[in-house]
Design a protein. Structure first.
Lengths: 111, 112
């Protein structure tokens, strides 16, 4: 069974620090990887996607993919209290376009 | 860019009652559409997906069904709700070939 694992947290970081969120997946054939942010009571919002090994940067966010080790991570630089949310990792197994989601990591950024 | 509408936003229903949730999409044609459910404090569970009108695939057998009567309309239904059907129901849309899903605002369903 294909699985996506995330530490549920909460991960607590001080304002201005780097938050590091990690995700591991079980299938080496996975093709594409997504990070969503979900504020309490709201729907998930796409932050970033990554297809190739290495880093992809978008503003304060950096996604890192290591297919050999089967993990993908999200770094948030200069964390702000407004970044406090649950971050969902999703993986496309290349079986159609279906995504499998991890359970999410709750991030708390303290002023 | 596409816009996804869902209604109602919230719903409280008694056990055994029927259900109809609607999702409509603007700004794209022939999208792939998805229904997910998120139970309280849990991850997202894929329920149904559709690649075109009348084409529905079910991921989890249960007392729910889905239909796609129009290109940009996706409906989730039940004839008799169970307590376990409570949750946050999310519709997602993906432009065909784009490999990126976007979510609507969701419907919060409470079954009492």
């Amino acid at each position: 069974q294909k699985e996506v694992e995330q530490n549920s947290g909460p991960l607590s970081v001080p304002e201005g620090a780097i938050a590091s969120l990690n995700c591991t997946y079980s299938d080496r054939g996975s093709q594409s990887f997504f990070w969503y942010r979900q504020y309490s009571g709201k729907s998930p919002e796409l932050i970033m996607f990554i297809y190739s090994n290495g880093d992809k940067e978008d503003g304060r966010f950096t996604a890192q993919l290591n297919k050999a080790s089967q993990y993908v991570s999200l770094l948030i630089r200069d964390s702000q209290p407004s970044d406090s949310a649950t971050y969902l990792c999703a993986v496309n197994w290349n079986a159609g376009n279906m995504l499998t989601f991890g359970g999410g990591t709750r991030l708390m950024v303290k002023p | 860019s596409q816009t996804i509408h869902q209604w109602p936003a919230t719903l409280v229903q008694p056990v055994g009652s029927p259900l109809s949730l609607e999702c409509t999409v603007e700004g794209t044609s022939n999208p792939n559409l998805y229904w997910y459910r998120q139970a309280a404090g849990r991850g997202l569970q894929l329920l149904f997906y559709s690649v075109g009108i009348g084409q529905i695939s079910s991921e989890v057998p249960q007392n729910l069904s889905a239909s796609r009567p129009q290109d940009r309309q996706f409906i989730l239904s039940s004839k008799k709700l169970l307590l376990s059907d409570s949750g946050f129901y999310l519709c997602a849309s993906e432009t065909s070939g784009a490999d990126t899903q976007y979510f609507g605002p969701g419907t919060r369903l409470t079954v009492l």
